[in-house]
Ligand binder design. Structure first.
Ligand SMILES: NC(=O)c1ccc[n+]([C@@H]2O[C@H](COP(=O)([O-])OP(=O)(O)OC[C@H]3O[C@@H](n4cnc5c(N)ncnc54)[C@H](OP(=O)(O)O)[C@@H]3O)[C@@H](O)[C@H]2O)c1
Length: 306
């Protein structure tokens, strides 16, 4: 039998339950992964709370979790790239990675390097691919200065490191307790909130060339539009409702094994670290989601299975 986190009604973390079910059978092009680690994301909260309802209604009992690392446990028809027992990481085929066993599309997975620990491997693919996609779409590269809002979070902490690896200078927003953390990642930290544009000016010689928003606040969007001349180089993953008003870009993730392989290579080269604030067992779903919902996680939270 397999254990999974589910919810059968929308609500707070208290609606989460553990259920036992037969492990799923992989279909064409799929593999079943025995999950060792699976990251949490705000998208899991949006699905659980019902705020995603119009875009992606829950199908009760609904499972959660988009990213994982684990061991190939069964291989479906047509899968040639992975074998039983291999270690992999990547996205789940559908929300459900917060479970012992989960189905994944083989074409989206990559091999997990031995040197990457399970908790980091299980929390790389979702936030890492969002950060990489958005920085590419904003054209962030050598010589650019990019302003990253929410730089200490799951997406932000990876975006800072990927931007630095691509040759950009980074100014990142976070509360003061995270400023040392941002410096370690290679960013110049500034505090978010009113007066942000002025604080960014005080730490840069010239205005930023691009801005990537993961915080979704009016302060972040106003500072971005005040500072960055080209609106096509301002994007948000957290304020979809405001993009037209500000004339900026609504950004989203694109996933591919090729992009994920590049992120794995960055981890191997020591240029990208997945910072894991805390790990939880599946039986600690309430505590894990309560912490995620605080909105102040540094890096990632991860379910780690024995
Ligand atoms: N569309 C997509 O494809 C996609 C994909 C992934 C994520 N997203 C969205 O992107 C957003 C960020 O995701 P995430 O996983 O990075 O979230 P997260 O890890 O939960 O973000 C937490 C971070 O936000 C920071 N923060 C809180 N309030 C802030 C503010 N007012 N200004 C700047 N930073 C602030 C916190 O820093 P302090 O503790 O220092 O306050 C904390 O480090 C979410 O809205 C998520 O839904 C979209």
């Amino acid at each position: 039998m397999s254990t999974a986190i589910v919810f059968t009604e929308y609500g707070g973390p208290e609606v989460l339950r553990l259920v036992q079910a037969a492990p799923p059978t992989p279909g064409e092009g799929q593999i079943r992964v025995r999950v060792r680690a699976a990251g949490l994301q705000p998208a899991d909260t949006l699905l659980r709370s019902g705020r995603f309802r119009a875009f992606m209604p829950a199908r009760f009992p609904q499972r959660l979790g988009n990213e994982l690392a684990g061991v190939v446990d069964a291989v479906g028809p047509g899968v040639e790239q992975f074998r039983f027992g291999e270690q992999v990481l990547g996205p789940a085929a559908a929300p459900g990675a917060h479970a012992d066993h989960v189905l994944a599309d083989a074409a989206q997975l990559v091999a997990k390097p031995d040197g990457l620990d399970w908790s980091q491997a299980g929390a790389l693919s979702a936030s890492g691919q969002t950060a990489a996609t958005c920085l590419s779409d904003l054209g962030v590269g050598p010589g650019d200065t990019v302003l990253i809002h929410g730089a200490a979070g799951g997406v932000g902490s990876m975006a800072v490191q990927i931007a630095v690896a691509r040759g950009a200078r980074v100014v990142g927003t976070a509360s003061e307790r995270n400023h040392g953390f941002l410096r370690e990642l290679g960013a110049v930290p500034v505090e978010y909130g009113p007066g942000l544009a002025e604080r960014v000016r005080s730490v840069t010689d010239a205005p930023p060339d691009a801005a990537f928003d993961t915080a979704g606040t009016a302060d972040a969007l106003e500072a971005s539009t005040e500072l960055v001349a080209d609106r096509s180089r301002i994007g948000t993953v957290a304020a979809a409702a405001d993009v037209e008003r500000y004339g900026i870009r609504r950004m989203s993730t694109r996933r591919s094994a090729e992009q994920l392989r590049e992120l794995v290579e960055l981890t191997r080269a020591g240029r990208l670290t997945v910072f894991v604030q805390r790990t939880f067992g599946l039986d600690q779903a309430y505590d894990a989601y309560k912490e995620l919902d605080s909105g102040h996680v540094r890096g990632k939270l991860v379910f780690l299975m024995p």
